[in-house]
Design a protein around this ligand. Sequence first.
Ligand code: IMP
Ligand code: MG
Length: 180
Amino acid sequence: MTGSVAAQTIEPLFSAETIAARVDELAREIAALPLADPIFVAVLKGSFIFAADLVRALYHHGLEPDIDFIFLASYRDGTMSSGRVEVLRDVASELAGRDVVIVDDILDSGRTLAFAKDLLAQRGARSVRTCVLIDKDVPRASAIEADFAGFRCPNVYVVGYGTDLANRYRELPFIGRLVS
Ligand code: IMP
Ligand code: MG
């Protein structure tokens, strides 16, 4: 490795196989809902791999959702959330009267998901549900819980399967914790 980024060890927490099995279960639960004109809104960048796997699992469970993206930045100082959430790219789809499922990678302080939920509800959605892969066991800054959550996780910084540290490690097929 070259450059100023120090080499870090990653201890696997959730294997690719474990994630795939859990994503399939989440898809089964979601597909069992009576959804009206469903649209899945993936929060970029962190959820792109999870969302891609989730919608393919939904296909296997008989759901054909519309898919859109919202690009949110929650500014971080290293591994700590700063509290500000900004829209870098908004959804393009009409949401009025539709059942929306927001897909995000990690529920941590809750600010990002609470912000996204409020924003999309204002667009006249019939319902706005939330689905996260990782639900961190931390006190929330915003009072929100996910409707669907893949894994509970202790308060450690995780990377992989779309999640990053300063845009590194998104390509890992598993999720691990950084052990520096
Ligand atoms: P929150 O707004 O504090 O709930 O943070 C949610 C966002 O911060 C998630 O969408 C992730 O992109 C990012 N995040 C929170 N914890 C971690 C982590 O452990 N690893 C990587 N990204 C994280
Ligand atoms: Mg994110």
